[in-house]
Design a binder for this molecule. Structure first.
Ligand code: PMP
Length: 465
């Protein structure tokens, strides 16, 4: 007797058809679509529903874009209001009431000292275009061409932004050490490691034979995101501010990912109290729609009209959605909420690390959290600079295969997480700032289960002992 396969449901067929056509028609360069084979059709808050009817808790949040989660009512209302008003949707960089309200709200969120004498440039809609604008601005203002950037940095994919990102060589870019505790390049970590990173920076700048191209600016992420969730210590941020100020080098803070409450302060530079010369902003400022700007000290504003043009610098819907998001985060103190909930989530993850030797490090700031997965059995000769303080154990090499397996196991349990880090061994959580305590528990429960499953499936555990 022939065994009949159950007929695939209509929803499964639609889902699979879309995924199949995507893999046939879209570029080999596609990214998230490879590790997250889902077809989102509906979303609200933390939850995404796929075309196959499955629901997922989304801790990727559009790569950290969705400060209020998906389709927050205040964002939808702001968008509808513009649509219903008959306002033009495309206006180049002309003045509109929507843009005026966005700028007012944006300046309201900035440190007073900065906002009082700042200028804003609306850029093309991606973070990378705002990075280009920042580099161009400081080069124009200083007449110099070099740029100081950091190991592990990520600033975008256009030529200039790529050049200042770690791993993209450019003769004008001087690469400086970003301090990190777990894999400290100086082998000491902590405050001493950050101090040595500062000393290195200072000595390079003051050594007439260092080969450093005279710098037009220094660009840094207050917390490195794609580089593996590495918070720059506050003392180090202040040191970078002093080093640059003393040498008249404009300091550019790339807040594309860290802004709008994500790290537990509205802008991550506020943790250290520094005022940069330029801030780069995108992602959350558009309330889920594309928007990117730079805000900078008005003395730098000496570039020519049209120096950074672009057709799509006037996205009215993004400005309305963004203004609503900024106001909601500010009025509801979501940065404080991110600080509090993030600290509790990190504490719980550190507890988990005690039972899982594959968790090499748990770190983060606010709701920007990373879990570095390692191979504890691997030989000590490992990924890069691993020397540590005398007596302390050397960190094991990163385990990108395990990280990818954890990501898959998370997806199987209805949880979407991101991967990052120098060796792609860091599981990243970027949940919306509206995450409830119960949702946070659910996220961590699923992550813990996924970790256990992925750990069990490691080849080491399948070998007979
Ligand atoms: N800077 C930082 C710190 C980022 O995290 C990103 C994106 N992940 C960018 C710049 C580039 O933004 P976009 O992808 O919108 O070009």
């Amino acid at each position: 007797m022939a065994v009949t396969e159950p007929a695939p449901s209509a929803t499964t067929t639609v889902h699979e058809g879309i995924l199949r056509r995507q893999s046939m028609r879209e570029s080999a360069a596609r990214t998230y679509a490879r590790s997250l084979p889902i077809v989102p059709v509906r979303a609200r808050g933390l939850t995404i529903e796929g075309a196959d009817g499955r629901r997922y808790l989304d801790c990727l949040s559009g790569a950290g874009t969705l400060a209020l989660g998906h389709n927050h009512p205040v964002v939808l209302e702001a968008i509808k209001k513009v649509l219903d008003s008959g306002a033009p949707l495309h206006v180049l960089d002309l003045a509109t009431p929507v843009k005026d309200a966005f700028t007012t709200e944006l300046f309201e969120t900035l440190p007073r000292q900065f906002a009082d004498q700042a200028r804003v440039q609306f850029c093309g809609p991606a973070g990378t275009d705002a990075v280009e604008a920042a580099l161009k601005l400081v080069r124009t203002a200083t007449g110099r061409s070099g740029i100081l950037a950091f190991t592990g940095a990520y600033h975008g994919m256009t030529a200039g932004a790529l050049a200042v990102s770690g791993g993209a060589p450019d003769v004008r870019v001087t690469r400086l050490p970003y301090p990190q505790d777990y894999r400290c390049p100086f082998g000491v970590g902590g405050a001493r490691g950050a101090e040595l990173a500062g000393n290195w920076t200072e000595s390079l700048l003051d050594d007439p034979k260092s080969g450093v191209v005279p710098p037009a600016g220094m660009i840094l992420e207050p917390v490195q995101g794609e580089g593996g969730v590495i918070p720059g210590p506050d003392s180090w941020m202040r040191r970078m501010r002093k080093i640059t100020a003393d040498r008249s080098i404009p300091l550019i803070a790339d807040e594309v990912q860290t802004g709008v409450g994500r790290t537990g302060a509205f802008w991550a530079v506020e943790h250290s109290g520094i005022i940069p010369d330029v801030m780069v902003m995108s992602k959350a400022i558009g309330g889920s729609l594309p928007l990117a700007v730079i805000v900078y000290r008005s003395e730098l504003d000496c570039w020519e009209p049209g120096a950074h043009a672009g057709t799509f610098r006037g996205n009215q819907l993004a400005m309305a959605a963004g203004a609503a998001t900024l106001a909601y985060v500010r009025q509801n103190r979501l940065a404080e909420r991110a600080a509090d909930l993030g600290a509790r989530m990190i504490a719980r993850l550190r507890g988990l690390a005690a039972d899982h030797p594959v968790i090499g490090d748990v770190r983060g700031r606010g709701l920007m959290i990373g879990l570095e997965l390692v191979d504890p059995e691997a030989a000590e000769a490992s990924n890069g600079a691993n020397a540590v303080a005398p007596g302390a154990a050397a960190p094991s090499p990163a385990d990108p295969v395990l990280a990818a397996s954890v990501q898959r196991e998370c997806l199987a349990r209805g949880l979407i997480v991101e991967l990052g880090g120098r060796h792609a061994g860091v599981v990243r959580l970027l949940p919306p700032l509206t995450l409830t305590d119960e949702q946070a528990e659910a996220v961590l429960d699923r992550l813990a289960d996924a970790l256990t499953a992925a750990e069990r499936a490691r080849p080491e555990n399948r070998r007979p002992h």
